[in-house]
Design a protein around this ligand. Structure first.
Ligand code: BG6
Length: 492
């Protein structure tokens, strides 16, 4: 069933996010017949575009970034795109939005849903929200929705203030806080893996699981986002949101239904159960790093401090590793090690669940040499697969054990998968907030990372830059996990 008639206003319409992600996602939904029968996409921005020029700009984005392209479908789809030049700071201009909505109501006959997508710099969000709040149709809590991109706040206080402001203007049901990781197929599949199988759940606890690792490693640097990244760093950019979301899905209790608040309640429970880190423990459980100059794939790359729009003495981290504990019956005593960084050795987002040893080892001693614990590895990207490592007997006259993998590969099983933004934009049009973050969830995630942020800000690092591009980050990150007798898992 298709979503109801919708007008999509994109603030920051002429910007990068729209060209790379939003319009390609809407276009692919259109090709797959998921767009509403009646829809309009209205780009808003200060750039002086005609409708045609705007469409050409978006068409270039399709050529470069879309999963699929066809002249015919673009021809049809692009008829529903238009551009409205407007300064988002100018309160007097907002009546234009009402006019557009009225125009479609008349044209399509009847009520239309409205989506506002705020693809703008975070500092503009409060002002736009306030101005939207003045429009009569925004008070219609069933039909008007607002989508807010990350970063959602800069720390706990600013996130709380932003939530308070949004909740004063809109009802919580109208606010869609995007974390694009939640739209990834392989992330949604975590729910299927855990809760549609009887096999894993009995083992999914402290009795059988030794520890869990989450790695989100990138082989790119900060690219041209130095200005943004200087206000952020790896902890804010990746851990507070994407990584903690993954941790929530791995750690949550079984939901009773897929209703948005049910899933989100279960996730918030995990965040609230994370053992608070005190400031003086931070150096024991968290490691930060910043890349030096070096080589990536045969190319010389600059140190973070020499990147564009970056302070040459910057203390911002481009790598972070943290050890968390979840204090509840299920996870008592099970460490969750997470790490993320730029310019690391390999691009991978993956989760490793390492099981405990078998309780008794009856095999001859030599059999133990190649023995390894059971491991479930879930590769979110770029390889999309799930592997279960277990012991097998190597053929021959002696009892030699060897770890082997049972593997499920997405690429072998399915011929395509939608992009995260496709899934999430469709969810907004359908009014399904399951894969979006509720206000309390965002605040709980900030609460988890705040002690680390505060401790790091209070004590500038003395050893930056401390890792070479194409490595796995600073040595201290190895030490963090080695102290507990483990290693970071090799994903491949
Ligand atoms: C974004 C971060 O949220 O996620 C980027 O701001 C990061 O710094 C990106 O590169 C990673 O997303 P993905 O989907 O490529 O893993």
């Amino acid at each position: 069933k298709r979503p109801p008639a919708t007008v999509i206003f994109i603030f920051g319409g002429s910007g990068d996010l729209n060209q790379r992600k939003l319009t390609p996602a809407l276009y692919n939904l259109f090709i797959d017949n998921w767009m509403p029968e009646k829809f309009a996409i209205v780009g808003l921005g200060r750039t002086d575009y005609s409708d045609d020029k705007f469409r050409t700009h978006l068409y270039d984005g399709i050529q470069e970034f879309s999963r699929r392209k066809s002249e015919e479908s673009w021809g049809k789809f692009s008829q529903s795109i238009r551009y409205l030049q407007m300064d988002a700071g100018d309160a007097a201009a907002y009546h234009k939005l009402t006019d557009v909505v009225k125009e479609y109501e008349e044209q399509w006959g009847g009520h239309v849903n409205v989506m506002f997508y705020l693809a703008v710099a975070p500092q503009l969000v409060p002002d736009i929200a306030v101005k939207l709040g003045g429009l009569e149709f925004c008070k219609d809590t069933n039909f008007t929705r607002i989508v807010v991109e990350k970063p959602f706040g800069h720390d706990l206080q600013s996130a709380t203030e932003l939530n308070a402001l949004l909740n004063k203007i809109f009802s919580e049901d109208q606010v869609y806080r995007i974390d694009h990781y939640l739209g990834k197929e392989t992330v949604q599949n975590l729910l299927a893996l855990r809760f549609a199988n009887a096999l894993f759940e009995p083992l999914w606890n402290r009795n059988y699981i030794d520890h869990i690792q989450i790695t989100a490693a990138e082989t790119v640097g900060v690219e041209d986002r130095g200005g943004y990244y200087e206000q952020s760093g790896a902890l804010r950019d990746m851990v507070q949101n994407h990584i903690l979301q993954l941790l929530c899905i791995i750690g949550m209790e079984a939901p009773v239904s897929f209703e948005a608040n049910e899933i989100r309640n279960k996730k918030v429970d995990v965040l609230n159960a994370i053992r608070p880190i005190t400031k003086d423990q931070v150096h024991e459980v968290a490691v930060r790093g910043q890349y030096a100059e070096g080589w990536m794939q045969g190319q010389k790359v600059r140190a973070y401090r020499s990147e564009k729009n970056v302070d040459p003495t910057s203390t911002i981290e481009t790598f972070a590793a943290v050890k968390f504990y979840i204090e509840n019956w299920r996870w008592q005593g099970v460490p969750f090690y997470v790490r993320t960084g730029k310019y690391l050795h390999e691009k991978t987002t993956s989760i490793t669940i390492e099981f405990k040893q078998a309780p008794h080892f009856a095999f001859p001693q030599e059999a133990a040499e190649t023995w390894r614990p059971n491991r479930l590895t879930i590769s979110i990207q770029p390889d999309m697969d799930i592997r279960l490592r277990f012991q097998a007997k190597r053929p021959g006259q002696s009892m030699t054990l060897n770890p082997v993998d049972m593997k499920f590969s997405y690429k072998d099983a399915y011929d395509h998968e939608p992009e995260a933004y496709e899934t999430l934009l469709l969810d907004v049009m359908e009014g399904n907030a399951t894969q979006f973050m509720r206000a309390d969830q965002v605040e709980a995630a900030w609460r988890v990372v705040m002690p680390i942020i505060e401790a790091w800000e209070a004590r500038p690092p003395v050893d930056f830059p401390n890792y070479a591009p194409n490595s796995w980050g600073p040595e201290d990150a190895e030490a963090l996990i080695a102290r507990d007798g483990h290693n970071w898992a090799k994903v491949k």
